[in-house]
Design a protein around this ligand. Structure first.
Ligand code: URA
Length: 212
């Protein structure tokens, strides 16, 4: 698995405001969108393109456009929804599929409650949006769904990641034969006893949607 931790002062600055418990929900949502756009720029570095002939006002030339089949963006509900706008801004023609997953706060096991994905993902590059890579349970389940449907390359975009979650992903997909990438804004210290990322930012869904 290829892991890219964004190392950019603007990302670190925005992450610091995001982590602050005094940051209100509207500001939090706005920052998540901005951060995702910055991370998506890195995550789409190898997005497939094909040649296209155009004519500029000066002369004909060859450029590129996103290749068919289009990439698929999969926000994991609930918190991944807060990342969709920032991703769509960068790749507006991507197809969007949804996965609803919830983790049991006691067992930390992820289960699926909604699934609106194309049946056939053969040959598709998929971008999974989930703000927090904590235990890794949700992302492993989501990526397995995509692999079962034929996805050929999967990139997870996470605002924050814990080392424990990265290790779980690496172990789960080491023999899958499908390239898995992770692009994350920061690699935090660890998980606490409740499965929260430390120092983290708290519950991303609650902070996005004003539950706290
Ligand atoms: N999910 C969250 O929203 N926050 C964490 O710290 C871990 C999982």
């Amino acid at each position: 698995m290829k892991v890219h931790v964004a190392n950019h002062p603007l990302i670190s600055h925005k992450l610091t405001v995001l982590r602050d418990k005094n940051t209100d929900s509207p500001t939090f949502r706005h920052l998540v969108e901005e951060l995702v756009t910055l991370l998506a720029y890195e995550a789409t570095r190898d997005v497939r393109v094909e040649k296209v002939e155009i004519v500029t006002p000066v002369q004909p030339t060859t450029g590129v456009k996103l290749a068919e089949p289009r990439p698929v963006v999969v926000p994991i509900l609930r918190a991944g929804l807060g990342m969709l706008e920032g991703m769509s801004r960068l790749v507006p023609t991507a197809e969007i599929g949804f996965l609803g997953m919830v983790r049991d706060e006691k067992t930390l096991q992820a289960s699926t409650y909604a699934n609106r994905l194309p049946e056939d993902l053969s040959g598709r590059q998929c971008f999974v949006l989930d703000p927090m890579l904590a235990t890794g349970g949700t992302l492993v389940a989501a990526i397995n769904f995509l692999i079962e449907r034929g996805a050929t390359e999967i990139t997870a975009i996470c605002i924050l990641s814990a080392p424990e979650g990265i290790a779980v992903l690496e172990e789960a997909f080491k023999d899958s034969g499908v390239p898995i990438n992770l692009v994350t804004g920061a690699l935090d210290e660890r998980l606490n006893e409740n499965g929260y990322i430390v120092p983290g930012l708290g519950d991303a869904g609650d902070r996005l949607y004003g539950v706290v």
